[in-house]
Ligand binder design. Structure first.
Ligand code: B12
Ligand SMILES: *[C@@H]1O[C@H](CO)[C@@H](O)[C@H](O)[C@H]1NC(C)=O
Ligand SMILES: *[C@@H]1O[C@H](CO)[C@@H](O)[C@H](O)[C@H]1NC(C)=O
Ligand SMILES: *[C@@H]1O[C@H](CO)[C@@H](O)[C@H](O)[C@H]1NC(C)=O
Length: 461
């Protein structure tokens, strides 16, 4: 009898703990209770770990910050457990940022002091904000990052908006989220004002499209900054806050989705951050929609999608860094828990027989620009991006392009000599087939079939 009692007590304690946790947020299987191996959160984090490269970075060093941030939001113990690969990944993140700081300093030169601090102005605000959020979530002091006050740099870089590489409110919101969760955690009124100014009549933002990605980031930023709003400005703030919230809710469909799975995840994060009643925003259905979009391997289509969706799987959002940071104080966590083996599961898709596709370049902004179509042949299984590279090799002067690496893969920045223009808001977009359907992913995410047609369409937003 005695033995049974002592055996059962800890078990009882544990199970009642789990149950009461579940009652608090009743969030389907996101807490990874019983079936932790197969729960969406575990599968997604596992997949992200397999993506770490030989130099410990992610995506050629483009995505280390967004991965580290997402991993910490998913589970703050990831860093605190001091696994070797984790530590190396975070070290690599530090190195990348130091390299960017050094590059900026070199580019702006050290002698010509036209501005008071000419250096560092080169790091785009969105990227710098992600670095700050990733560093804060991993217990760094971002006001003294190897002697650099990143928060001050961010403040300064946010002054000129909009400008090249800092021209949308998604990036602006990331900036506010970073200011709000680092340094003194105070957000200046002018930044809050600027965010509210970006609202359109319906409370939505430019580039929201069918989803509400920009509005969602804005609502997260506003929720985070709420405490910094002065009393005199409160009612104005609240009115606009409610409008953006209404924009997001108005875009929600019967099945709980808000645009695609990425948009649904960001909308959910925003509504969670704004403390909207889960019943009102159909939380369960929205989550189900997100779960259904998960691949067997744990990802959500690509790296960018996976890092943006991950926080909500842990019932967190981009304003939860504050909360994650609290764990830094308990820095005596157990050393080195074994991590799941990362496998460079090289996406060696088998190549098939040759296929031919059409690539059309169409410019709706400059009327004089003639539409050109080039056929390209290559083995089935190549991505559209790889076909584009072939097309450029074969037809040098008929088709050429430039691109840059991002969380979502390669982003087309210029085609046939016409660059995206972030000031005039004219950009290259991708349309598919005779129906001219807008592509839902970039050219890395598309695997063409024989006879397919892709239209690179330059248009004004
Ligand atoms: C703003 C925006 C755009 C703007 C970018 C210009 C600008 N002024 O900022 C425009 C309108 C040009 C655009 C275009 C496209 N976009 Co877009 N875009 C966004 C948005 C809302 C914010 C991106 C951002 O600023 N991030 C913040 C900063 C820190 O990151 P960044 O690295 O500086 O961001 C750059 C890249 O993200 C890049 N970018 C933007 N969109 C896309 C899409 C792809 C596939 C790639 C590789 C890169 C890329 O432009 C950003 C600004 O320079 C995101 C929403 C989201 N949830 O991320 C969608 C988003 C990234 N876009 C998306 C898509 C599908 C596209 C298009 C393919 C649409 C199309 N059919 O043509 C094209 C890309 C075509 C190409 N040229 O290769 C999807 C990607 C989904 C996926 N599974 O891969 C997203 C996630 C929206 C969504 N919820 O589905 N986009
Ligand atoms: C400062 O020097 C850099 C690199 O030499 C140059 O590109 C930039 O235009 C200079 N700025 C001014 C204001 O002279
Ligand atoms: C904003 O919405 C909240 C909750 O829905 C409501 O209590 C508040 O009065 C609204 N504020 C304004 C200014 O409309
Ligand atoms: C990891 O890769 C090795 C060989 O590179 C392979 O034998 C092993 O099965 C892989 N493990 C997983 C979990 O994929």
């Amino acid at each position: 009898m005695k033995i049974i009692v002592t055996l059962c007590l800890p078990l009882l304690a544990l199970s009642s703990f789990v149950r009461s946790e579940g009652e608090v947020d009743n969030s389907l299987e996101t807490s990874c209770g019983e079936d932790s191996v197969n729960c969406p959160l575990t599968k997604a984090t596992r997949w992200l770990l397999t993506q770490q490269e030989a130099d410990w970075s992610w995506n050629e060093g483009t995505s280390s910050s967004s991965v580290v941030l997402a991993m910490q939001l998913a589970n703050e113990n990831w860093f605190l457990e001091k696994g070797l690969k984790t530590q190396l990944g975070v070290k690599q993140l530090e190195i990348e940022l130091l390299a960017e700081l050094a590059r900026s300093a070199r580019q702006s030169g050290c002698d010509n002091n036209s501005e008071r601090h000419p250096r560092l102005v080169q790091i785009p605000v969105g990227r710098l904000a992600l670095y700050i959020l990733a560093l804060e979530s991993t217990c760094h002091d971002t006001t003294d990052f190897y002697g650099n006050d990143l928060v001050e740099i961010l403040e300064r870089n946010m002054k000129h908006f909009p400008r090249k590489d800092f021209n949308n409110y998604f990036q602006y919101s990331l900036g506010v989220l970073a200011l709000c969760q680092s340094g003194t955690q105070a957000v200046k009124l002018k930044h809050i004002r600027q965010l509210l100014e970006g609202q359109e009549d319906d409370g939505c933002y430019m580039f929201d499209g069918q989803g509400a990605d920009v509005s969602s980031l804005s609502l997260m930023a506003l929720s985070c900054a709420e405490d910094s709003v002065p009393e005199s400005y409160r009612s104005h703030f609240e009115r606009h806050f409610n409008k953006t919230m209404d924009c997001i809710l108005s875009k929600q469909n019967e099945d709980g989705s808000v645009g695609n799975h990425i948009s649904t995840a960001l909308a959910s994060q925003a509504l969670l951050a704004a403390n909207v009643d889960p019943i009102v925003w159909k939380k369960e259905q929205a989550f189900q929609h997100i779960f259904n979009s998960q691949d067997e391997d744990g990802h959500f289509g690509n790296l960018g999608a996976t890092v943006q969706i991950l926080p909500i799987l842990a019932n967190r959002h981009h304003g939860s860094v504050k909360e994650v940071k609290a764990a830094c104080l308990l820095n005596d966590a157990q050393p080195t828990a074994a991590q799941p083996a990362s496998n460079q599961s090289a996406a060696t898709t088998e190549l098939g027989p040759p296929i031919t596709i059409q690539i059309t370049v169409e410019n709706s902004v400059h009327e004089d620009q003639e539409t050109v179509t080039v056929p390209v042949t290559g083995p089935a299984g190549l991505t559209l991006f790889q076909f584009l590279q072939r097309a450029m090799e074969i037809s040098g002067d008929q088709f050429w392009f430039e691109s840059k690496m991002t969380d979502f893969g390669n982003f087309m920045t210029s085609i046939n000599g016409i660059p995206n223009d972030g000031v005039k808001h004219t950009y290259w977009t991708i349309l598919i087939g005779p129906e001219r359907e807008s592509a839902s992913t970039g050219s890395d995410g598309i695997t063409p079939e024989d006879g397919n047609e892709y239209i690179f369409y330059y248009k004004a937003f």
